[in-house]
Design a protein around this ligand. Structure first.
Ligand SMILES: NC(=O)c1ccc[n+]([C@@H]2O[C@H](COP(=O)([O-])OP(=O)(O)OC[C@H]3O[C@@H](n4cnc5c(N)ncnc54)[C@H](O)[C@@H]3O)[C@@H](O)[C@H]2O)c1
Ligand SMILES: O=C/C=C/C=C(\O)C(=O)O
Length: 492
């Protein structure tokens, strides 16, 4: 049964510019991927509204926001975290209405992390230390050098649909904590929680123009109008690698700083000495969480040959036991984000067969004999038997699917994992401490988990190498990207 009591059902989703909710002349539908039903109508921001948002941000930098002390600013961000927590159920329902993600995922990851991002960066910004040096001069005198940080200014934030609130606030929170103002363009697939966040900002007393929200599409639409606006000071983007390239070309004209968190084709290395049950449980999560739509999800698994057959069988059993269906029914896995994305994922399922894969389980769409058949569901899928050059082993699919291949030596496992155009995350499963550190240190990825997956400490650097991104966010890396240091040298 589909729950129709979504708070956004039939509601207009508006832009939020200069402290006011603003309708546009053009609208687009927000479709619920559980049934394909239209969940809400979204007001699209035209170029004039995007420009207004940027101008409002510029003014706000010179207003009360710009004059606020760091402590006051951080207190306000804690109020925003409390505002999200106070409307926890609304946020969860809105995220589920947009994405169809499981209730468990929304309640335990997306919404808590939305609030946690504000608390964490408020605390980190308040505690931030800047470097200082005493410099000795040849004549016996000396100088002191110390750096001070100022905001970048107006930050354009472009975010994706897979973890909408989590990934947007991962950028909004540090940007505001560093004293910037933001103009946010969430994915056209997931406008709802961003709009709820605007309500929370409004209620918390965040001054007009500090948080601006514009809805619309990417190329030749709201996203591009925002990134091309000459009066923005920086662009931070999470999404596909190809989109990152397109944004970079636009950013080049104004030499704008960019921070990019992009795609992945993440490997798991499973050694024969691992805790088998933990490795299976962790890999079930890392392949199928959020229907495989997390940039960090594992899509390539390399298993040491002595346990290869046993691993494939156990993972397939666990995949087949996952319940698929309406998030409100408590199903483990909801639909993909859209029918369009389902076509892409099913295209890869077909391609895998053409490339000679063995489909161990899944490979198609589930049947419900209900309204859910109009949704965007796919089966969790496990592939084996492909060569390392197969497109299904090299390209990001972004669905509940993995390919499993055997390896014989540690060196071979490292080489296979690193032979990728992407470099976001890796997971290593072993009980040999020396091997864990040795292999982890050789991964060409920004993030390595050992005997874990997606355990996040927000103070740590997060991001990818190669096609997976430019720069890092998290902890000091975020504070550094979202501010401009000035070094002051004083001769004594
Ligand atoms: N590395 C990370 O931290 C991370 C996190 C989450 C998702 N991702 C990646 O994101 C992808 C899934 O998200 P998606 O499909 O929403 O990505 P996407 O690149 O299609 O869209 C992301 C955002 O960019 C906007 N956009 C698209 N074209 C644009 C353009 N030319 N100019 C300005 N804005 C534009 C979209 O409207 C959307 O808001 C996957 O590749 C995934 O791996 C990476
Ligand atoms: O889909 C990608 C997930 C990214 C996760 C984070 O950015 C995070 O946990 O901070």
């Amino acid at each position: 049964m589909t729950n129709t009591a979504y708070p956004f059902a039939q509601r207009d989703i508006l832009n939020y510019v200069d402290g006011a909710f603003v309708a546009g002349d053009v609208h687009f539908d927000n479709v619920n991927p559980v049934t394909g039903a239209v969940a809400a109508r979204v007001s699209q921001a035209d170029q004039a509204l995007v420009d207004r948002a940027v101008a409002a941000g510029r003014r706000a930098l010179k207003g009360p926001w710009g004059k606020m002390s760091q402590a006051e600013r951080c207190k306000l961000l804690v109020r925003v975290a409390e505002g999200i927590e106070a409307r926890f159920d609304d946020f969860a329902a809105a995220e589920i209405a947009d994405t169809g993600k499981s209730l468990h995922q929304a309640r335990t990851i997306d919404i808590p992390r939305g609030a946690a991002n504000f608390r964490a960066f408020a605390a980190m910004a308040e505690a931030r230390a800047m470097p200082s040096f005493r410099t000795d001069l040849p004549d016996g005198r000396s100088a002191i050098n110390y750096a001070v940080a100022r905001p970048l200014g107006v930050v354009a934030i472009i975010s994706p649909w897979n973890l909408p609130l989590l990934l947007m606030t991962w950028k909004v929170a540090p940007a505001l904590a560093c004293g910037n103002v933001v103009v946010v363009k969430p994915s056209e697939e997931t406008p709802s929680t961003a709009t709820l966040l605007a309500e929370v900002m409004d209620a918390a007393g965040v001054p007009p123009g500090v948080f601006n929200l514009v809805h619309g599409f990417g190329a030749a639409s709201t996203g591009e109008w925002l990134t091309a606006n000459p009066d923005i000071d920086a662009i931070t983007f999470t999404g596909e690698s190809a989109t990152g390239g397109a944004i970079m070309r636009v950013a080049a004209a104004g030499v704008k700083p960019v921070s990019f968190e992009l795609g992945g084709k993440n490997a798991a290395l499973v050694f024969a000495d691992c805790d088998f049950d933990e490795a299976i449980a962790g890999t079930v999560r890392s392949v199928f969480s959020n229907c495989g739509q997390v940039c960090l999800c594992t899509e390539r698994i390399y298993v040491e040959r002595p346990i290869f057959e046993r691993f494939v069988k156990a993972l397939a059993e666990r995949a087949e036991a996952l319940t698929i269906g309406d998030p409100w029914s408590g199903a483990d896995m909801g639909p993909l984000i859209s029918r369009g994305h389902r076509d892409k994922v099913l295209g890869y399922y077909d391609l895998a067969r053409e490339e000679g894969a063995t489909v161990v389980t899944g490979g198609g769409v589930p049947s419900f004999d209900s309204a859910l058949d109009q949704g965007a569901f796919v089966q969790p899928t496990i592939l084996t038997g492909l060569g390392h050059d197969a497109r299904c082993v090299r390209e990001e699919i972004f669905g509940p699917v993995c390919h499993i291949a055997p390896f014989d030596t540690e060196a071979e496992a490292i080489e296979l994992a690193n032979d990728s155009d992407y470099g976001l995350a890796a997971a290593i499963w072993t009980r040999d401490v020396g091997r864990a550190h040795r292999v982890a240190g050789q991964m060409e990825t920004g993030i390595v988990w050992v005997n874990e997956w997606f355990l996040r400490d927000l103070r740590t650097p997060f991001g990818g190498m190669k096609l997976s991104g430019i720069g890092r966010e998290g902890g000091e890396a975020s504070l550094s990207f979202y501010s401009e240091p000035t070094n002051i040298c004083v001769k004594l």
